[in-house]
Design a protein around this ligand. Sequence first.
Ligand SMILES: [Zn+2]
Ligand SMILES: [Zn+2]
Ligand SMILES: [Zn+2]
Length: 269
Amino acid sequence: MKKILPIVLVLAILFGFAACGEKSPIDETVTATFTAEISTTTECFHSWTNATCTEGKTCTMCGEVISSPLGHNFGHATCTSPSTCTACGETTGEALGHQYLKGLCVRCNAKDSSYVAYGTIQGTISYKHNDFVGHKGDTGATVMLIPYNQRSNLEKFDNSRAAIGITGKYESGIMVTECDGNGFYIFDNVPAGYYLIFVISKNTTDDRAFDNPSGYKDMIANTLFPDVPQKDIERITILIGAHKYIKKVAQVTENSTFTFSYDFGETFY
Ligand SMILES: [Zn+2]
Ligand SMILES: [Zn+2]
Ligand SMILES: [Zn+2]
């Protein structure tokens, strides 16, 4: 790069001879002014950077810029990240967020951890009233729905009300209901999963409970042991008394209905 540098040189020379003991002081001032134009040539051995999204190709030595910035190359935003420049990582806007339908994101297939699928369990519990009337609904029979194979989790809860047959949906996941006048029962909005359906007859008793009460209690405990905490087994055993009971493992899937119906047979066997 060539530059004409106007250089003004001002040369002031002052000769001062102070009269000090001289008889004739001499004051002489010489002022000289030079104006010169000096032509210079400065050559930069450029060192170019690569152009970036935001800066053109630039010389690191002299700062000269010889191209425009490349500009960002923004990709599409995704569920979890905003639109991002493929070159420099700069982002713009916001992530789209998942769009869930039935527990899965329609865009990226991510699972919705808060999604719960629900199904239904229902059925009819009956017994043989007598030869003349035949079979009737086991009205008032208690039906318990107990999360299957979750004994250790159930231990964390107070299940005492559920275990004595009080109808309701409990925090532990246990549900209790009663058969209606036709022996029909239903649990709806049951979270998907495996359950133990445990039915305690209202209108039938088991001879074994009278012949061998402790044996009958042991049998109940063995039936419930894998799934129900000990203290709850004790309460349920009292609730059963001498009545007949039956258990069944059920699987609930989304929007499905699992049907379990059972006939306890003769009133006193
Ligand atoms: Zn340069
Ligand atoms: Zn960029
Ligand atoms: Zn998604």
